[in-house]
Design a protein around this ligand. Sequence first.
Ligand SMILES: C[S@@+](CC[C@H](N)C(=O)[O-])C[C@H]1O[C@@H](n2cnc3c(N)ncnc32)[C@H](O)[C@@H]1O
Length: 273
Amino acid sequence: MSAASSPAEYTFDNVHPEAATQLRLLGQILDGRTHDVLDPLLIAGDRCLDVGAGAGTIASWMLSKVRTGFTDLPGGVVAFDRKPIHVPPADGLTVVTGDATSHDFGDSIYNVIHARLVLMHLPDREAVLATLVRALRPGGRLVVSDWDCTQPERMLLRGSPDTITNFLAFQRALLGFAVSNGASLDWAQRLPRALEYAGLTEVRADVHSQMWRGGEPGALLHASNSVQLQQQLLDRGVELADLEQMRLALDDPATCLWQYPMVTAVGTRSVDA
Ligand SMILES: C[S@@+](CC[C@H](N)C(=O)[O-])C[C@H]1O[C@@H](n2cnc3c(N)ncnc32)[C@H](O)[C@@H]1O
C-alpha cells in the first residue's frame, strides 16, 4: 500500500486548532450508534479498516473487539486518514496517512471496512467505494455512514427568530462551501443503491437522527464547525455578529435541533466475488 502525495480538497482540516473538538463531538454524537451496527459484524481475529478515521475512536473500539485477550488470532485494525494526527497509537493499530481517492487498499484483505462521514466529502466517491469493495475479503462487510444534508431548514426545532435566521444562513454557507469542495448533500440518500451498484449483496440501510438541546454535543458541533470555518463563512457573506449570536444560542438549553439524519448502509462482498 502506498501513501498518497496530493490529497483531494476536504472542507475541514484536522490541523486546525478546533479540529480536536469537532472530532471529539462527532464521536460523542455518533459512536454509540456505530457500535450498535458494527458489533454483530466483528469477531476476534478479524482484520479491519477505518477510512477517514478522524479521532480514531471507532478504529480503537474495533481493535478492542478483534484483538481480545482470549485468543492469539492476529486481528488488527488499519486507521487510514489524510491527516491522522488525532488517532492515538495502540498495539495492533496501524495508522496510515494517505488520500482515499488515490490509495490502493489492496485486494481481499479486510473482514470489515468502515467509513463514516468521509465518502460524502469526496468528489469521486463511487470510485473510492469500488476500491473499498475490492479490499474486502469474500464475505466481508462494508459499513458506510453519511449525513443527509438536504434539509437544513428542518433542523432547528426551537429558537428565537434571530437564531432561526442565523442558523439557516450558517448552514447554507457551510453546505455551499462543502459542495464547492466536491461534497454531496444527497449522497447519503443514494448510499444503499451505490453499495448495490458497487457489487455488494445483502445490502441493508437505516436512517438515524436525534434531537439535541443547546449545550449538548449535537448542538455544540455546529458551533465548533462555525469556528473552524469562520473565515470561509465570512467570505461567503455571513456576518460575524450573527455567528456569535448563533454560538450563544447553541449553548442555550432553550434551543432544540435535530441532527442531520445519518444514513448507514451495510453490504457484503459475495463469497463468489
Ligand atoms: C468529518 S471527519 C469524520 C471522522 C470520523 N470518521 C468520524 O466520523 O468521527 C472526516 C475525516 O476524513 C478524513 N478525510 C477527508 N478526506 C480524505 C481523503 N481524501 N482521504 C483520507 N481521509 C480523508 C479527514 O481528515 C477527517 O479525519
